[in-house]
Design a protein around this ligand. Structure first.
Ligand SMILES: [Zn+2]
Length: 401
């Protein structure tokens, strides 16, 4: 058994507790003990015990990004790149994304769509311990949004087959392109539903048969409405846009989303606050403020992998959440414990609790005072796999002094 004893000025357990000075003990891939440094039992001794001292640092749970695409390389023109990429090239992109995530302290992601099971095949052969909740191949219509990922379905039988195939390959979620989109590929409209009401109900019903939740990509209001009526579990983007350049922000529908406890992942990235054009922050802020006020469950995620959205900029999206009125403590909670709870993995990760996965980061200073320190982790651990992020070249030295 490989034991690590990590001391820091502060430990945020993620359960609301702040322990100072605090210690986290990990044993192989699990958290073995969390508490006040002076109160640590002397159970762990011997040459397989590694001591790590982090003066001035805070240890907290690893971060959870609930909307990523490991197989997309953040290129400005992913449309030709995905379509013309070989499986080996996509696999290389996924491996690079996993390394990037690990160094950034992002220990769990929900991957909402990759081409033709390259995600599954790559993850099966990688040493990465990043927890990936996979949607595998998203369902779409012929020529529709992201059709090049291989998920075109038309009939009920085809829907049943693809959902069953995804489930058999280990999908944790079923992703459906309820409306068209703006990136990657497809000729359908982001403002209109791609599927009929019947088809979407079938998709949700078949996913339920396989015990899988459904994530619905939806921009326009008609698509959001269709997704709510079909009973999906999460709505991605949820931008309420109309094809005349405006918005149809339906308050009754917002209440329905809240009442049915459907999660909304508004895909807020590191440039959200400075976004221009249709989805300027002032517009999104207004929508999100009303949705939060109505009690809609917010799921944090970046859509990383899409153009100009690198996999390691998650913490750079946090100022947008502060701008929505959340406190730093609430933002940390949202990106750790709350995200784990909403994704139904709180029994495995999201808090620093004995018995859970050793998913944690250490950052210089106190993130409850200054969230920006989350962007420069000095240590990251994914299921016991230790990283000294390259962002701070002297980190390893720093942690051992
Ligand atoms: Zn996406």
């Amino acid at each position: 058994m490989r034991v690590r004893i990590i001391d820091a000025d502060r430990v945020l357990t993620g359960t609301g507790e702040v322990i100072s000075p605090g210690t986290v003990v990990t044993a192989d891939d699990l958290i073995a003990w969390v508490g006040t440094t002076g109160a640590r039992p002397a159970d762990w001794t011997g040459h397989r015990v590694e001591r790590i001292r982090l003066p001035g640092a805070t240890i907290l749970p690893g971060l959870i990004d609930a909307h990523v695409h490991l197989g997309f390389g953040c290129a400005v023109h992913p449309r030709p790149s995905i379509q013309h990429s070989t499986r080996l090239e996509v696999a290389a992109t996924i491996r690079r994304a996993l390394r990037t995530l690990a160094a950034a302290g992002i220990t769990t992601v929900r991957d909402l769509g990759a081409p033709r099971y390259v995600d599954v095949d790559t993850l099966a052969t990688t040493t990465s311990r990043t927890r990936v909740l996979k949607a595998t191949i998203p369902l779409t219509i012929p020529g529709g949004h992201c059709y090049s990922l291989g998920g075109t379905v038309t009939t009920d039988i085809e829907i049943g087959r693809l959902v069953a195939a995804n489930a058999a390959r280990g999908a944790d979620w079923i992703k459906v392109m309820v409306t068209g989109g703006f990136t990657v590929s497809g000729t359908s409209s982001p403002y209109e539903p791609q599927f009929s009401d019947h088809q979407l109900r079938v998709i949700v019903a078949v996913a339920r048969d396989h015990g899988l939740p459904v994530a619905a990509h939806a921009h326009g209001t008609a698509g959001i409405r269709q997704a709510v009526e079909a009973g999906v579990d999460s709505i991605e983007h949820c931008t309420w846009m109309t094809d005349d350049g405006g918005f149809e922000f339906d308050l009754g529908l917002v209440d329905a989303i809240a009442a049915r406890q459907i999660m909304v992942c508004p895909t807020i990235n590191h440039e959200a606050l400075i976004a221009r054009g249709r989805l300027a922050w002032a517009v999104r802020r207004e929508q999100l403020t009303v949705m939060l006020g109505a009690g809609v469950r917010l799921l944090p995620g970046t859509d990383s992998g899409i153009p100009r959205t690198p996999h390691d900029k998650y913490t750079h999206s946090f100022p947008a959440y502060l701008n929505l009125g959340l406190t730093p403590v609430e933002v940390i909670d949202l990106a750790t414990r709350r995200a784990a709870e909403l994704l139904r993995i709180a029994d495995r990760t999201g808090t620093l609790t004995a018995g859970l996965s050793a998913d944690l980061i250490a950052v210089p200073g106190d993130p409850t005072q200054d969230l920006t320190v989350l962007s420069t982790p000095i240590l990251a651990m994914t299921a016991g796999d230790l990283h000294y992020p390259v962002a701070v070249p002297t980190a390893e030295e720093y942690t051992r002094r």
